[in-house]
Design a protein around this ligand. Structure first.
Ligand SMILES: NC(=O)c1ccc[n+]([C@@H]2O[C@H](COP(=O)([O-])OP(=O)(O)OC[C@H]3O[C@@H](n4cnc5c(N)ncnc54)[C@H](OP(=O)(O)O)[C@@H]3O)[C@@H](O)[C@H]2O)c1
Length: 299
């Protein structure tokens, strides 16, 4: 199978590449001994910021069997000002990818976000709960989800994830490690609740889903993150504990830390559907954080 992965330089794109490389440079085989041929592309090869570029790329490449869209405009605060760009990448490009996938009869696996919710719920969000995004990033990601579902009522899947971190790029874990080395004390928001996601775990889940062959025809939404219910403050404290950084962490409220984009308060997601449908294992957040920090320490 020819599998295209967009966003090759992002956290998730790199994590998928890491797993594929660890499995050996030979093409990956699935349970039915079918050879999978992965092609990873970044904006140099497939720039999602223009319709023409996207068409040009697909007109000049052979058809794919699966497209995994890991690319996105993920800078939540920047998106408040760069609305048009966020809408292009998170919505219009997804719509175009869905049209192309549909024509090619390729399966489209698209990644979305917990930020499609307003965060006002007091229980973990189900896939059937009504989205109500409160910032531009969430609104554009939801528009992407809707466009995809409309164009591809079958043969696609949307995986919503949250608080992604990894060895790669910029993320909360790496920011805390850097700040913790420079400062004696840090204020971290304690009234936003969610679950972190180690990008390698999500990458592994996506590859398992491909290997296990999604027999479902209808396009479905799934939620995926690590297990656990924490605040950014809890997250920071655990990061410092694991690396033995003596930086005092002080809890503050969202109000005390104003940002251009509003953040939802509680975006815990219920992961039962993905776990049951694909027998995907979901690790505890502390276990996965430990794995990532061990790798970071070795670098
Ligand atoms: N990060 C999170 O906390 C989080 C939370 C919830 C959901 N998600 C979702 O999870 C998915 C993966 O996120 P991630 O953390 O891996 O994101 P990431 O590290 O920010 O990677 C996103 C990738 O998209 C690429 N991209 C941006 N604009 C592009 C363009 N015009 N053309 C082609 N590629 C472009 C970026 O390329 P460059 O490297 O060249 O900039 C980057 O490599 C995304 O769908 C995101 O919305 C992320």
């Amino acid at each position: 199978m020819r599998i295209l992965v967009t966003g090759k330089n992002g956290q998730l794109g790199k994590s998928i590449q890491k797993i594929i490389n660890e499995q050996g440079n030979s093409p990956r085989s699935n349970n039915e001994q079918q050879v999978n041929d992965f092609l990873f592309v970044g904006r140099e090869e497939l720039d999602l910021s223009s319709e023409n570029n996207i068409n040009y790329y697909f007109n000049n490449n052979d058809k794919f069997d699966i497209i995994i869209n890991c690319a996105a405009c993920t800078q939540v605060d920047k998106a408040e000002k760069e609305t048009e760009l966020a809408n292009q990448i998170n919505h219009l490009a997804v719509k175009q990818l869905a049209s192309i996938a549909s024509k090619q009869k390729a399966k489209l696996i698209h990644i979305s976000t917990d930020y499609v919710f307003d965060g006002d719920s007091n229980k973990p969000y189900l896939e059937t709960d009504k989205p109500n995004p409160i910032n531009v990033y969430g609104k554009t990601k939801l528009a992407g989800e809707k466009a995809l579902q409309e164009i591809m009522p079958t043969n696609a899947m949307i995986i919503r994830t949250s608080w992604v971190y990894s060895e790669y790029g910029n993320n909360f874990v790496k920011t805390m490690l850097n700040l913790g080395k420079e400062r004696d004390e840090l204020n971290v928001v304690s009234d936003q609740i969610g679950s972190p996601t180690y990008a390698t775990d999500l990458a592994g889940a996506i590859l398992e889903i491909i290997d296990n062959k999604d027999k479902k025809q209808s396009t479905e939404i799934y939620h995926y993150s690590n297990e656990g219910e924490i605040s950014w403050y809890d997250f920071a404290k655990e990061i410092f504990e694991l690396v033995d950084i003596r930086c005092a962490v002080k809890p503050i409220t969202t109000q005390q830390y104003p940002t251009p984009a509003r953040r939802p308060k509680n975006t815990l997601m219920n992961k039962a559907k993905i776990a049951k449908t694909f027998s995907v294992g979901i690790s505890d957040w502390k276990e996965s954080l430990n794995t990532c920090i061990t790798i970071l320490k070795e670098q």
